[in-house]
Design a binder for this molecule. Structure first.
Ligand code: OAD
Length: 250
């Protein structure tokens, strides 16, 4: 048995070896071992310290744009200091080995791309990018703009982080591509997500309905666990490398 501890079975390894197409959905648990806080982990999660509604909504930004901008600057500093971990790198390796691969992430930290993953679909945006809160297009502050938040060089409106806030729609192209990949894959991996936030959380079910083998990687149970064909218990930074290693030489 390749890695009984986490539940990696011969059946799973051979299914992954045979797979022509693999689709992945990741959440903040995959970045936890890089020092980026998750959202809902008690005490450590961001939402343990702040009510999401207080900071991650258009209404919160309307109410106090400076507070929201500074909170995201604090999170940007955490992301700048973070490095991809073995979990991110294992997904880059899996991408190299599977003919068709798609990596949809709810994470806004950009760590999958920094690990070298190419087919990344950012479902909730990217915290390191900014956009105009009035015109909606990507924009960066003018050199020397000290205002908080900084202003759009085009219209002078406030800039905001280019992330999806509660109540906002996901980027259509990214979500459509992720849904297509889920419907067409042989194996669907859901790693490091609480499977609570929709529509991203609907992707594993879409894959299962299309006949894909559903694999969950999480130290804890989630609403998805009972639907998974393989629920691998453990941290993504340990289980994902073990799973890819179990595939043997490329
Ligand atoms: P959550 O904080 O809701 O869930 C993190 C999950 O990762 C939990 O199920 C943990 O058990 C698991 N976990 C913790 N450490 C792990 C590790 N080392 N390896 C693997 N799993 C681990 O974060 P998300 O599911 O990403 O949305 O949250 C989804 C969305 O809710 C976020 O993208 C954000 C948030 O509100 C928006 O802001 C729109």
């Amino acid at each position: 048995m390749p890695n009984a501890g986490s539940g990696i079975t011969d059946a799973l390894v051979s299914a992954l070896r045979r797979a022509r197409s693999v689709a992945v959905l990741t959440g903040s648990g995959v970045s936890a071992e890089s020092g980026v806080p998750t959202f809902r982990d008690a005490q450590t999660g961001l939402w343990a310290r702040y009510e999401p509604q207080e900071l991650a909504t258009p209404e919160a930004f309307e109410r106090d744009p400076g507070l929201v901008w500074e909170w995201y600057e604090w999170r940007r500093d955490l992301v700048r200091a973070a490095k991809p971990n073995p979990g991110h790198r294992a997904l880059t390796e899996l991408e190299r080995r599977v003919p068709s691969f798609s990596l949809a992430t709810q994470n806004v930290d950009g760590l999958h791309r920094r690990a070298g993953s190419e087919s990344v679909l950012e479902l909730h945006g990217n915290i390191m990018r900014s956009k105009c809160s009035v015109e909606g297009m990507e924009a960066e502050p003018r050199e020397g703009d000290e205002s908080v938040p900084p202003l759009c060089p085009g219209c002078g409106g406030f800039l905001r982080p280019d992330v999806v806030w509660f109540g906002e729609a996901l980027p259509e192209d990214a979500f459509a591509a992720a849904s297509g990949a889920a419907r067409g894959c042989d194996v669907f991996l859901s790693a490091g997500t609480s499977s609570l936030v929709y529509p991203a959380a609907s992707l594993p079910y879409e894959a299962a309905r299309s006949g894909a083998l559903l694999v969950e990687i999480n130290p804890d149970d989630t609403p998805l666990t009972q639907h998974a064909d393989h629920a691998l218990r453990g941290r993504a930074g340990e289980v994902l490398p073990a799973l890819v290693a179990a595939l043997g030489e490329a």
